[in-house]
Write a protein that binds this ligand. Structure first.
Ligand code: FES
Ligand code: FES
Length: 155
């Protein structure tokens, strides 16, 4: 297959990568070392591969890397500022909401997209934002509490 170039910003850094036209964004990100983007179902069902594309959560397993030309991509690696964690990450730690490496990055990115759009969401809105991340291990109570705490919401 013919190679092509894609230019995009990942976590605030300009990147130019050689890809095949059929490469998935998920595969290219992991190939480039963004291992916080997880490969789960590869069918748009589990949400483990979530990244923010121009601020909106998308399943990177359903998108060709070529379609990200010119976009701003945020992965979990770019959420903290150096050694300073994002308030959502602090809240997840404080509330015992860090569950596993597959669902937690996606939950934090989905929560970030929500809080960026709506700084003080209702519990219902938080639950809706996290619903695209599949987990039948522990439930969503602690992550929901963490997101509400990060939003400064009174319970
Ligand atoms: S790996 Fe993309 S939604 Fe499951
Ligand atoms: S998928 Fe991470 S705890 Fe269930």
């Amino acid at each position: 297959m013919k190679a092509m170039e894609v230019r995009l910003n990942v976590n605030g850094e300009a990147k130019q990568w050689t890809i095949a036209p059929g490469d998935l964004l998920l595969d290219v990100l992991r190939r480039e070392g963004y291992f916080g983007v997880k490969r789960g179902c590869e069918a748009g069902e589990c949400g483990a591969c979530t990244v923010l594309l121009d601020g909106k959560p998308i399943n990177s397993c359903l998108m060709f890397a070529a379609q990200a030309e010119g976009a701003d991509v945020l992965t979990i690696e770019g959420v903290a500022h150096g050694s300073t964690l994002h308030p959502l990450q602090e809240a997840f730690l404080d509330h015992g909401a860090v569950q596993c490496g597959f669902c937690t990055p996606a939950m934090i990115l989905n929560a970030k997209a929500l809080l960026d759009r709506k700084p003080h969401p209702s519990e219902e809105e938080v639950r809706e934002a996290l619903a695209g991340t599949y987990c039948r291990c522990t439930g969503f109570r602690k992550p929901v509490e963490a997101v509400l705490a990060a939003a400064g919401a009174k319970r």
